[in-house]
Structure formats: structure tokens, C-alpha cells
Ligand binder design. Structure first.
Ligand code: TRP
Length: 334
């Protein structure tokens, strides 16, 4: 039997090239080798967007379109909408007994996010507890492996602790997951800032039109020390060349552009035009798949309903075992 893996995203807007190199492309590969569940974590998204529910709910369909566009095949991967899986909420309540308040607040990932969001003294309890609910996500689907980058390792460690404590107390019930540690490179933004991110307005979206891509690439930051095309330029740390490396499959062309750039024998315009072509070639099949599905809203709903049905099936059997282990499977009710 194939091992089960769980991945997921908080729905908040459309996916961009940073998501593609960061994890999405990897999931498209993983779905052939593993039994993959992809969680649309709308409940988790609400922990820091509870004042903005339209944004969360309104991003669910977009996420399905981006997934399918990028190559996630609903026949191979199960796309699950978190809020429709009641077992996750129930498991979260039980798991809260398995952790101390200090332990969750010490979780490095959560700690960093709390600082970054500037909650001050008013950390929403739901937000602080989201690693516990993530442990419920992972165990509800009996995931063996969770693909993560270095920065998400504390989440998996927290889940493993909860699982071990539960199993020690109540007998072997839950599947202990392992991290499938991958190299998830972070893509710089169009402006050369460390990260492509929606809030920084420096992103190319998977759903951008060819014209939008051309315009965005033309606006990219390059080598700030190079004033004329005849000046020798720097390719290291230059966003345009970072993108060429990431998205242009024509390695000879990239090598040629780099060599000429260093000698001051190519202008930014040519480098950018070739980059825009490469990115548009990469995105074109994704746009076509996306548009085909966007024109068929019933199909989107069917994908969501199928995923919910499968997700409920698995998670309810886990919940049943958990309730039995915790002695709350009262016989007089059966
Ligand atoms: N925390 C992840 C994020 O911020 C989303 C997520 C929720 C997730 N539940 C998960 C990822 C379970 C992997 C497994 O993007």
C-alpha cells in the first residue's frame, strides 16, 4: 500500500510562482508515488483572518483552480476542505489535553508568527493553538509523512509529541507521522526582496495572463550597479537571473545570457524578454487547465464534494478509535 502524505495551504488569495517552486511543483510529483491528501485549511486561515471571512471562503475555489491548473490531479490526490471535516475539530479538543500551554507558546513557528503579526498582549487563543489543530489534521487522515521545509519541522515535532502522549495514555491508536524533509527554496520577489508574497505586491500569479507576465517581468529589478547595457553586470543575486535559473529550461540560453551580461554585451530588455517567454511557456498549460475548470463550476464543486466525502470517511474512523480509547464510546448509545 502506498504511504499517505498530507500537505495543505491556508486559502488566502491566488497562488504565485513562489508557491510553485516552494511546494506545489513537488506535490505534483509526490502524487504519483504517494496517496496524497491536500488540505484546504480554511479553519486555520480563520485563526488569523476571522475578521475577514469573505477572503477565506472566497479563496477556496481559487485554490482548487490553482491546484488543478498546476497539475494536481483530483484522481490521484484528495483535495479536502478542512471546515467540512467535523472530526478535525473534535480531535483538536481532545488533543488540547495532551499539551501544556507553555509548550504551544514555545513552538518556534508559532512564536515567530505571533511576533510577526504583532498581536502584543492579545494573542487570539485559537491562533496560539493552531499547531494542535494541525496535529488533528495530520492524524485525522492517518498521514505517515508530511512534506515540509526546515521551518515547519516544529509543527511535525509537536504532532509527534501529541501522538506519543495519546498512545502512551490510551493505547496505540494514532499514526505517528514523520517529516518528509524537502528542499523548498524560497523565491525572491520581482523587486528583489527576500520573498515573493502577495502582501508585498511583488508576485507573478499562476493565473496571470501573458500580458501581465510580460509587464511584470519588464518591471523587475536587476543589477543596481549597472547603468548601461555595456557595463559589465552581476548575475549573482540578480532576480532576473535567479528566475532564469528557476524557470528557463533552456540551460544553454541561460549560460549565454549570463556570459554576455557579465561582459556588458546584452541589455536588460533581451534578458527580460527571454525570461518572460520562459515563464509564459511554463504557465501556459497551467492557464489552459485552470480556464477549462473555471468554465465548469459544477466540476469544481464535484471535486470539493468528493474530497469531503473521502476525508470524512477516513477521519470518522479515526475519531471512532479515539473515542473508544478515551472511553467515551458509550455503549448505551450504540
Ligand atoms: N500550516 C500550513 C500553512 O500555513 C497549512 C496546513 C494546515 C498544513 N494543516 C496542515 C500543512 C497539515 C500540512 C499539514 O500553510
Amino acid at each position: 500500500m502506498k504511504k499517505r502524505i498530507l500537505t495543505g495551504d491556508r486559502p488566502s488569495g491566488r497562488l504565485h510562482l513562489g508557491h510553485l517552486v516552494g511546494s506545489l511543483a513537488n506535490r505534483v510529483k509526490l502524487q504519483d508515488e504517494y496517496d496524497q491528501f491536500v488540505l484546504i485549511a480554511d479553519v486555520q486561515a480563520l485563526t488569523d483572518n476571522y475578521e475577514n471571512p469573505e477572503k477565506v471562503a472566497g479563496s477556496v475555489r481559487d485554490l482548487v483552480l490553482d491546484y488543478v491548473g498546476a497539475g494536481i490531479d483530483p484522481q490521484k490526490s484528495t483535495i479536502v476542505l478542512q471546515s467540512q471535516i467535523p472530526a478535525i475539530a473534535e480531535l483538536t479538543v481532545f488533543y488540547l489535553n495532551m499539551v501544556s500551554l507553555n509548550r504551544v507558546l514555545r513552538n518556534p513557528t508559532v512564536k515567530a508568527e505571533i511576533e510577526q503579526k504583532g498581536f502584543g498582549d492579545s494573542i487570539p487563543a485559537g491562533f496560539a493553538m493552531y499547531p494542535v489543530s494541525q496535529a488533528a489534521d495530520i492524524t485525522a487522515f492517518e498521514a505517515n509523512l508530511v512534506p515540509v521545509g526546515e521551518d515547519q519541522l516544529p509543527m511535525i515535532e509537536q504532532t509527534r509529541e501529541i501522538v506519543r502522549k495519546f498512545n502512551n495514555l490510551y493505547g496505540g491508536t494514532l499514526t505517528e507521522p514523520e517529516a518528509l524533509l524537502g528542499n523548498y527554496p524560497r523565491l525572491v520577489g520581482l523587486d528583489g526582496k527576500s520573498k515573493m508574497s502577495k502582501s508585498l505586491g511583488n508576485s507573478i500569479y499562476l493565473s496571470d495572463s501573458p500580458e501581465e507576465v510580460n509587464k511584470k517581468v519588464a518591471s523587475m529589478f536587476t543589477d543596481p550597479t549597472r547603468l548601461k547595457p555595456t557595463d559589465p553586470g552581476h548575475v549573482e543575486g540578480n532576480p532576473v537571473f535567479i528566475y532564469h535559473e528557476a524557470f528557463n529550461p533552456n540551460k544553454e540560453e541561460v549560460a549565454d545570457l549570463k556570459a554576455r551580461y557579465k561582459e556588458g554585451k546584452v541589455g536588460d530588455v533581451e534578458v527580460k524578454q527571454k525570461l518572460a517567454v520562459a515563464i509564459n511557456n511554463l504557465l501556459e498549460p497551467m492557464r489552459l487547465r485552470r480556464e477549462a475548470l473555471a468554465g465548469n463550476p459544477e466540476k469544481i464543486e464535484e471535486i470539493l464534494r468528493d474530497g469531503i466525502r473521502k476525508g470524512r470517511e477516513v477521519s470518522e474512523s479515526v475519531l471512532k478509535k479515539v473515542k473508544k480509547a478515551m472511553k467515551i464510546d458509550y455503549e448505551f448509545l450504540s
